[in-house]
Design a protein around this ligand. Structure first.
Ligand code: PSU
Ligand code: MN
Length: 306
């Protein structure tokens, strides 16, 4: 009665120990407007293929966890209204009630792990929100990173969050946070946050080795592989910060709470920046897909030789 449906291409790749990269769908339904969302989702799949790996886009459809969607399924999913934004707490609810659901970082990690996928590419992880001391708003992504063995390739966390508290939380929960080719934790649209990254690694095979050692020791949980957006695509932090302050203040004033916060702020930022934040978001997630394909290949190569 386990409702897990893995696309044939993904199943074959996993059985033959070829590299597979998981992709989330909240970025499609709640993170970007149509039609850029579908175009981006497709471009991520092509980048992963170009990197020699098989893409596995994850969603809940018709009471099943789907791992690997066809182009037409992705298109119709992206244009369906009222798709739920699923995390650990409501994944089973969507499955049992048959409602369509997009998977966040947390839910995608759970489903990727069920399918046997170790590497996942996204834009940015959720984190500790500003004024979390009064709202208690801390993304379930962080707890998932502490318990589920999937490496999440991202551009750090969005600067709309409290980044120092997010890093502290990850440290407390034992999650390795790696800066790929950077000594600073990247802030999603911006390459720099002013915060030192806990671990710097410049080689993909070394990252694969670290993951292999971590998991062979039985250390639970995943890892954050933070890949700064290319300089040509970034919006420097100084420019981004006033837009972020405006969007965060509007969310608070409008009483936006819970899982609606991140989608609201992302959509407002696209408006406030005249579409520039969306272009940066697309570029960074594409760059993460490329790196994730490389990492998945290195991880499989390591597993074959050990
Ligand atoms: N990164 C993006 N766009 C997004 C998200 C992340 O570039 O839409 C989504 C991810 O699915 C992430 C979620 O898991 O936002 C975090 O939501 P919350 O803060 O409610 O946990
Ligand atoms: Mn939240």
């Amino acid at each position: 009665m386990l409702a897990l449906k893995i696309a044939e291409e993904v199943r074959d790749a996993l059985a033959e120990r070829r590299p597979v990269v998981a992709l989330e769908t909240t970025i499609v339904t709640h993170g970007m407007p149509y039609p850029e969302n579908v175009a981006t989702a497709r471009s991520l799949e092509s980048k992963i293929r170009a990197g020699g790996a098989v893409p596995a886009t994850i969603a809940v459809i018709g009471g099943a966890v789907r791992v690997g969607l066809s182009h037409s399924e992705l298109e119709s999913f992206a244009t369906t209204r009222g798709v739920l934004k699923l995390s650990r707490n409501d994944l089973a609810y969507a499955l049992a009630t048959g409602q369509p659901g997009a998977t966040t970082v947390a839910a995608t990690m759970i489903c990727a792990h069920l399918a046997g996928i170790r590497v996942f590419a996204t834009g940015g992880i959720g984190g500790v929100h500003r004024v979390a001391e009064t709202t208690f708003d801390i993304s379930a992504d962080l707890e998932e990173l502490a318990r589920t063995p999937v490496a999440v390739v991202c551009a750090g966390a969005k600067a709309l969050l409290d980044l120092p508290k997010t890093l502290e939380y990850l440290e407390t929960r034992g999650v390795p946070v790696v800066g790929y080719g950077t000594s600073e934790f990247p802030a999603f649209w911006s390459r720099r946050s002013g915060l030192p990254v806990p671990l710097r690694m410049d080689s993909v095979s070394q990252i694969a080795a670290m993951l292999g050692v971590k998991w062979s020791l039985g250390l639970a949980g995943g890892a954050v592989i933070a890949n700064p957006v290319d300089a040509a695509d970034e919006i420097p932090a100084a420019e981004m910060s006033s837009y972020i302050d405006t969007a965060v203040a509007e969310a608070a004033a409008g009483g936006i709470a819970g899982k609606a916060v991140t989608p609201f702020i992302l959509a407002r930022l696209v408006e406030l920046t005249g579409g520039r934040s969306l272009r940066t978001n697309i570029a960074l997630v594409q760059s993460n897909a490329r790196l994730a394909a490389e990492l998945a290949a290195a991880t499989q190569a390591m597993a074959r030789t050990s």
